[in-house]
Design a protein around this ligand. Structure first.
Ligand SMILES: Cc1cc2nc3c(=O)[nH]c(=O)nc-3n(C[C@H](O)[C@H](O)[C@H](O)COP(=O)(O)O)c2cc1C
Ligand code: SF4
Length: 508
């Protein structure tokens, strides 16, 4: 058999045996061409092996090394999924940022170019720096790291600040629970991110970029560092990018495991070699950022989306979405969910469609009781609020946030008081210590929740908890202390029975 096959080298696929499958394939059929790709994001089917045919790629999954002989013999019908692109989970998506992820060889520039790579950068060169910033602004793109700040405005501010040196910083700390989209891009389509960072550098006049990747992502660090070397050797980074007469290069920095170092100013301190602590604003990083110089800080997905916006035009991107949430969002379904993975779609899809329909409910088959949206600082939503559309403003109106697009699903056995306590404990552990409401408030929060758990003065302690959350929300310097009240208060508001004095009735 001299077929061409595709198998992810993505950390999620490797964790469930993709490397064993690769070894078994190459041992049994040394003649095949095995392309190691990123993941398509259908995690329940990993390792997902794809076999090239004249009709398209036929998928098999989840495959183990023991299944390899049968697949090579043309059998294994129980694992055969048909044409991968026709799988409903993929067909229902609008894949723009993730169009190449799981499709191309992430270390092949030829593959990248053959699938539309560098078209966006070429258009940026033809538009010029100011025209490129205008195009990004016109697309309506908002930062995908959590705060949803308009990317075009950020770039305009840095472009308009005069300085001998400016920087692009890519935030790849991806600390939110249940999120993995940054990792998937770095492992599955790293040249897209390099292209996006380069466009940002060209637009604002920055010659140097840093990417700050969390140390828990060894596969992403290796894949991205390889891609930087390959791009540099081919003239896509360096002194004269694409012969366009401008310089841009990228340096990889590895974090050390602090959630707060994902906050943009703590991240800058960390790159500068200091302990990661939040800086008061002003000055904005756009005016005085890394090493005191004007700096664009953007999330991986924000930057990796820019090439597709430039390639297809701002209007095409802006056409998608709802309200002020334009374009697509890579939503990550995690926790106790049947079809976990990455689902890129236009804003506006409801939470219920995502959890019950696309995600298929819980993997345990029990009822969904709560979902946490937006990472550890995001609110818990009960099914009664599943009509909430995925949109920054709609979530804010219900005291929630979409953050980096992570959804973590819990079934009817979840203890919401324990979840609230976890939020306070997480904040206490991860607090940078700079301000009192967060540093002290979170520890007091754990104590108050423990008193509620023991049934001590329940009403009075619930009132103290609400008061404490109010102080943290309005008195904290950054969103770690400021947003911890979201999971706590949403748990208390939507699941008051879990905060009642004992005995409480738990689900079977
Ligand atoms: C405690 C805390 C942790 C954060 N962690 C991340 C992170 O891991 N990745 C990220 O992109 N943004 C994170 N952010 C948001 C960043 O501060 C910043 O808004 C983002 O990097 C800006 O990029 P964007 O405009 O492209 O979203 C965090 C913010 C806070 C307060
Ligand atoms: S809210 Fe917490 S993490 Fe943020 S600056 Fe204050 S102490 Fe540091």
């Amino acid at each position: 058999m001299t077929a061409r096959m595709f198998l992810p080298m993505d950390a999620a696929a490797v964790a469930v045996g993709a490397d064993d499958v690769a070894a078994a394939l190459l041992a049994a059929a040394p003649d095949i061409t095995l392309v190691r790709t990123g993941s398509r994001g259908l995690f329940w089917l990993e390792p997902l092996l794809e076999v090239e045919t004249p009709e398209g790629r036929i998928g098999y999954g989840p495959v183990s090394a023991a299944d390899v002989p049968e697949i090579l013999a043309g059998g294994a019908n129980s694992l055969r999924l048909g044409l991968v692109e026709r799988l409903p989970f993929l067909r229902r998506q609008t894949r723009l940022t993730f169009s190449r992820c799981g499709v191309v060889d992430p270390r092949s520039l030829d593959d990248f170019r053959a699938h539309g790579g560098f078209v966006g950068l070429a258009r940026a060169l033809s538009l010029g720096p100011a025209g490129t910033v205008d195009e990004v602004a016109a697309s309506g793109l908002r930062g995908r790291g959590g705060a949803g700040f308009p990317t075009g405005i950020k770039w305009k501010t840095v472009a308009g600040t005069v300085a001998p040196q400016k920087y692009i910083v890519c935030n790849a700390d991806e600390g939110d629970s249940g999120t993995f989209s940054d990792r998937m891009i770095m492992e599955g389509d790293p040249f897209a991110l390099i292209e996006g960072m380069t466009i940002a550098g060209f637009s604002v006049g920055a010659t140097k970029g840093y990417i700050y990747i969390r140390s828990e992502y060894p596969h992403a660090i290796a894949a991205f560092a390889d891609a930087v070397r390959i791009a540099r050797a081919a003239g896509y980074l360096g002194a004269n990018v694409m012969d366009g007469g401008f310089a841009f290069d990228i340096e990889v920095r590895v974090g050390a495991g602090a959630y707060v170092c994902g906050e943009e100013t703590a991240l800058l301190d960390s790159i500068e070699g200091k302990r990661g602590q939040v800086r008061p604003k002003p000055p904005l990083p756009a005016h005085e950022g890394l090493f005191g110089k004007p700096t664009v800080i953007n999330n991986v997905i924000s930057l990796a989306t820019v090439p597709t916006i430039l390639a297809n035009g701002a209007a095409a991107y802006k056409d998608l979405g709802m309200g002020r949430s334009r374009g697509t969002m890579p939503i990550q379904l995690a926790g106790n969910v049947r079809f976990g993975g990455l689902f890129e779609t236009a804003f506006g899809v409801t939470l219920g469609e995502l959890v019950e329909d696309i995600g298929g409910g819980t993997s345990t088959g029990r009822l969904v009781r709560a979902v946490q949206v937006g990472g550890p600082l995001g609110a818990y939503f009960p099914p009664a609020l599943f009509d909430t559309p995925f949109d920054y403003e709609a979530f804010a109106a219900r005291d929630g946030l979409i953050g980096h697009g992570g959804i973590v699903v819990f079934d009817d056995r979840v203890d919401m008081l324990a979840q609230a306590r976890f939020a306070m404990e997480f904040c206490a552990i991860e607090s940078c210590g700079k301000c009192t409401p967060c540093r002290i408030g979170s520890t007091r929060g754990v104590e108050v929740l423990d008193r509620i758990r023991r049934g001590e003065k329940s009403d009075a302690n619930r009132a103290v908890l609400a008061d404490l959350c109010n102080t943290m929300k309005f008195g904290s310097l950054c969103a770690l202390g400021g947003f911890t009240p979201y999971p706590v208060m949403s748990a208390l508001t939507h699941f008051p029975e879990d905060f009642a004095p004992p005995p409480r009735v738990a689900a079977e």
